[in-house]
Write a protein that binds this ligand. Structure first.
Ligand SMILES: Nc1ncnc2c1ncn2[C@@H]1O[C@H](COP(=O)(O)OP(=O)(O)OP(=O)(O)O)[C@@H](O)[C@H]1O
Length: 368
């Protein structure tokens, strides 16, 4: 209900805790972040004290508000609680897209994929588990579901099939949109029938092992590509004659940091990676802003989906007939304050966008 009122884009902000490897007695290492005491958990305030050449101290303060702010001690279960209804709505025939945005090392992969224990399990395995559970429950109402999945990587504006059997990086993949069904397909990629959450877990582990990982100064396990897991679900109800067709896209975006921070300056490959990442992330911001203007009734606004592979692939998950959630991940380090502010400003642009109301793709068996 809340989602319907707000439009189809929501933004959460999550600040990761200080890691054991970062613990130090020097308090200046941590950014000053406050979470104003309100019941809604919507506000976050960053501040920074500095001294000018005359020795006069000044304090800058930046306040942001989102649909929900998660403090460092928030658990994966608490974050998922807010996402679960959204994930579930793909069984009702919606196209759903959840993506994690933030600089390298801010906790995107932790949020989306998580760790190996039950407590640290991330949003992707939790969402998959939930979709299977709901599909099972709806059997008693006559629904039969069929699910299939694919996992892609976008690296330097090239699509790689993370579930493919062939040689990695060799095949060319094109994105196709079927205007009639609103379905997006990618040529020559493995689309795997999904039977159980545990099978999905092994597929994700296989995909992860193929993902392009390169070292940067900021996080040696840094992922320099976007990964997009898509679960497609087709449902048929033999009792009522209804059918539905939904999808759940879970996107772990590449790090959003700027060139000088990524240490990319001296390395041609890293430089190209960082430029491609930044280009596609700003294309994402442009698409959302254009959709927002269109939603406000500003005529036939052109939506520049084609400006990046990411936005073209996600076209149907960002347009008016879908539900989108962005989780903005933030680092608690003072040295990352400027990156955090850039991320917060990007997410604010997204948060101020209301893109109509989502429509489900649900039809009666005999209607076209
Ligand atoms: N909420 C959290 N609780 C505990 N540890 C966390 C949390 N968020 C992140 N971490 C830890 O912080 C480190 C960096 O997080 P992560 O790898 O998820 O960042 P990232 O944004 O995905 O980086 P990259 O862009 O390189 O993939 C990891 O060691 C991760 O386990």
């Amino acid at each position: 209900m809340v989602q319907e009122l707000k439009g189809n884009i929501r933004v959460f902000c999550r600040v990761r805790p200080v890691l054991p490897s970062e613990v130090s007695s020097d308090e200046n290492l941590w950014a000053e972040i406050e979470y104003p005491d309100n019941l809604d958990h919507k506000e976050i305030v960053l501040s920074s004290a500095s001294e000018n050449a005359m020795g006069i101290e000044r304090k800058d303060e930046w306040q942001f508000s989102f649909d929900r702010v998660f403090e460092p001690n928030s658990t994966q279960a608490e974050v998922f609680e807010e996402i679960s209804q959204l994930a579930q709505s793909c069984t009702d025939g919606y196209n759903v897209c959840v993506f994690a945005y933030g600089q390298t090392g801010s906790g995107k992969s932790f949020t989306m994929e998580g760790g190996s224990t039950e407590v640290t399990t991330g949003m992707i395995p939790r969402a998959v588990e939930q979709v299977f559970q709901v599909a099972e429950e709806l059997k008693s109402k006559g629904w039969e579901y069929r699910m299939e999945g694919q996992m892609l990587e976008i690296y330097n504006e090239t699509i790689n099939d993370l579930l493919g059997k062939g040689e990695f990086d060799k095949k060319k993949h094109d994105i196709k949109h079927d205007l009639k069904t609103g379905r997006t397909t990618v040529t020559d990629v493995a689309v795997v029938p999904l039977n159980s959450p545990s099978q999905v877990r092994s597929l994700l582990a296989f995909a992860q092992s193929r993902r392009t990982v390169a070292a940067t100064l900021m996080n040696e396990r840094s992922s320099r590509s976007h990964s997009v897991f898509t679960l497609r679900i087709y449902g048929e109800n033999k009792l009522t004659g209804e059918s539905c067709d939904g999808s759940l896209n879970l996107v772990d975006l590449a790090g959003s940091e700027r060139l000088e921070k990524s240490g990319a300056g001296n390395d041609k490959d890293r430089l190209r990676e960082t430029q491609n990442i930044n280009k596609s992330l700003s294309a994402l911001g442009d698409v959302i802003a254009a959709l927002g203007e269109k939603g406000e009734g500003k005529g036939d606004k052109h939506i520049p989906y084609r400006n990046s592979k990411l936005t073209y692939l996600l076209q149907n998950s960002l347009s008016g007939n879908s539900k989108t959630l962005m989780v903005l991940n933030l680092s608690p380090l003072a040295s990352h304050l400027n990156e955090s502010l850039c991320s917060l400003r990007f997410a604010t642009k997204v948060n101020n966008t209301t893109i109509g109301t989502a429509k489900k793709q649900n039809r009666l068996a005999n209607s076209s």
